[in-house]
Design a protein around this ligand. Structure first.
Ligand code: TXA
Ligand code: MG
Length: 513
């Protein structure tokens, strides 16, 4: 493919040029109120096929057909169900796609073999003007390369589509920033397939009945799963970085990021938090404000890629209302397997205000708590590790709470549909937390290699690193208890590959933790 791509302002001339291209069976990228789309005449199969080539999109993922209003539906749908009429009256034109029974005039290429078609009536003046000027109902997916975040401005479209289509109309930033809500009215019950600016609650109010939420919305799907809306099964919005979504308060988030400073992470955080985190950040909207987050989320995911970040920790939005749409996009950008870090948990349970602190002070001396309420860990360690009784007393105080938090995280992950939960930390071996695990995997490396790695990672001397390693349970004792051993002797990538394969095996065996 090497077409010359022109970017034009979406003025009268640009719209006329777009209409001419559409009528000739060519592609045009244009703004809608949600995201930019790649339009082709929905009645022209050959034109629609070009969309799949330009995007690198799987053929079995159907396209949405865009019209200006109900008067254009004749021939595109075979019937307008009553529920569709209620929804159109309430929300159209606007960011809603309604799945209806397919009519004879829609090109087969739009529908991926389904007998239904998604219909949307955009409110954006440019999208509407192009439909009016061309007389074409247009099929349009988001204007990104398949697998990349949807574009919300013409520059991002150009980055993905340069050389792949003849015209991009520049109509500025999109208003809403996430794709339309997709709802089906063909089944027995109305079903939400993709959350968007029009929320579940909005739909239920307009229909006067409960709307089912397709399960795939709030969880990722296993490879090869059969789904009713094909777009759900593809890996979407995948930035190059390894993104981990962390649920919790800002303080918990910051503590986690601080504890993982050695990974040189970046953060995807809420507005105003970047300066407090002290690592490279991309902000994606105000906390608790789903509309603001929606407007920024895709540009922010692209910004992470542009910065070349490798490890990203992301703040988790709420999961309901407008934020459901943002959460749904973020879980598709994030790593599949939820993970708890035992070291991190053991620090978290002793933050200022914890009811455990007074109990520790009583046992090990009031001076282990500093004037500002924080715990002097070194002093505590000196006293607790001085005798076996001290160590046992410390464990007896802290372990129940750590185990309680591991269980809560595990249950939350399983409720959210996770197939596997990983607990990281050599410290759990030989403690009550070990019983929380179905399988134990030990990552091994020659002693000198580990010393070198720890010294480089934490910026400490090799002697200090060796002392730390010696304080842990010896590797031989760990491997003796292990169900799996992963040697960490070559590259990080090789270890990651082996770890991913192990996770696949465990999921295949029905292992849960
Ligand atoms: O906001 C939007 O909807 C944007 C703008 C350009 O209008 N378009 C868009 O299209 O997001 P696309 O192709 O990226 O996403 C369409 C989604 C996919 O998840 C697809 O599987 C689903 O809608 N879909 C389309 N037709 C369907 C059908 N007949 N049944 C079930 N799901 C359908
Ligand atoms: Mg898309």
């Amino acid at each position: 493919m090497n077409i010359k791509t022109e970017v034009r302002p979406a003025d009268a001339e640009g719209i006329a040029r777009a209409a001419e291209l559409l009528r000739r069976g060519e592609l045009v990228a244009l703004p809608t109120e949600t995201v930019y789309g790649i339009a082709a005449d929905a009645r022209n199969g050959e034109a629609v096929s070009k969309i799949f080539v330009a995007k690198g999109r799987p053929q079995d993922n159907p396209l949405i057909v865009h019209v200006t209003g109900p008067e254009m539906l004749h021939g595109l749908v075979s019937e307008v169900p009553e529920r569709a009429q209620l929804l159109m009256a309430a929300f159209c034109p606007g960011p809603l796609t309604i799945i209806m029974p397919r009519g004879p005039e829609v090109a087969a290429e739009c529908c991926a073999g389904l007998d239904t078609v998604g219909i949307r009536m955009p409110s954006h003046p440019v999208a509407r003007a192009v439909i009016e000027a061309s007389g074409c109902a247009f099929a349009a997916p988001s204007a990104n390369l398949s697998g990349k975040p949807s574009p919300t401005n013409a520059q991002d479209v150009f980055t993905d589509m340069d050389g792949r289509l003849p015209l991009i109309l520049d109509g500025g930033e999109c208003d809403w920033g996430v794709e339309s809500t997709v709802v089906s009215v063909v089944g027995e019950k109305p079903t939400l397939f993709r959350p968007g600016h029009i929320t579940l609650e909005d739909l239920e109010r307009a229909l006067g009945e409960e709307v089912e939420v397709s399960k795939a919305i709030l969880e990722k799907l296993p490879e090869g799963a059969v789904v009713r809306s094909p777009g759900m099964k593809y890996k979407h919005y995948a930035p190059k970085a390894d993104v981990t979504l962390l649920d919790g308060t800002f303080e918990q988030f910051k503590a986690y990021v601080d504890a993982h400073a050695a990974e040189r992470p970046s953060c995807l955080c809420f507005t105003g938090e970047a300066e407090k985190l002290g690592v490279p950040c991309v902000e994606y909207g105000r906390e608790g404000d789903g509309a603001d987050q929606a407007r920024h989320i895709f540009r922010s995911l692209r910004a992470l890629d542009e910065q070349g970040d490798a490890v990203v920790y992301a703040r988790c939005p709420q999961k309901d209302g407008l934020s459901m749409a943002v959460y749904n996009r973020l879980i598709r950008a994030a790593r599949d397997i939820p993970l708890a870090d035992a070291d991190q948990l053991s620090r978290e349970i002793l933050l200022p205000g914890s009811p455990l602190l007074p109990q520790l002070a009583e046992r090990f001396g009031a001076d282990i708590i500093r004037a500002d309420g924080t715990l002097d860990r070194r002093l505590l360690a000196d006293r607790a590790f001085a005798t076996p009784e001290g160590k046992a007393a410390l464990d007896a105080l802290t372990h129940p709470e750590i185990v309680r938090r591991i269980r809560a995280a595990k249950q939350a992950a399983h409720r959210a549909g996770a197939k596997l939960f990983v607990l990281d930390g050599a410290v759990i071996v030989g403690t009550a937390a070990e019983a929380e695990c179905d399988k134990l995997c030990v990552v091994t490396a020659p002693f000198e290699v580990s010393v070198e790695r720890i010294a480089a990672r934490d910026g400490i001397s090799p002697e200090m690193a060796a002392r730390r390693l010696n304080a842990q349970m010896p590797e031989a004792a760990l491997t003796a208890r292990a169900d799996y051993i992963l040697p960490n002797t070559s590259t990080r990538e090789a270890l990651a590959k082996a770890a991913n394969e192990l996770c696949d095996t465990l999921i295949g065996e029905g292992c849960r933790t």
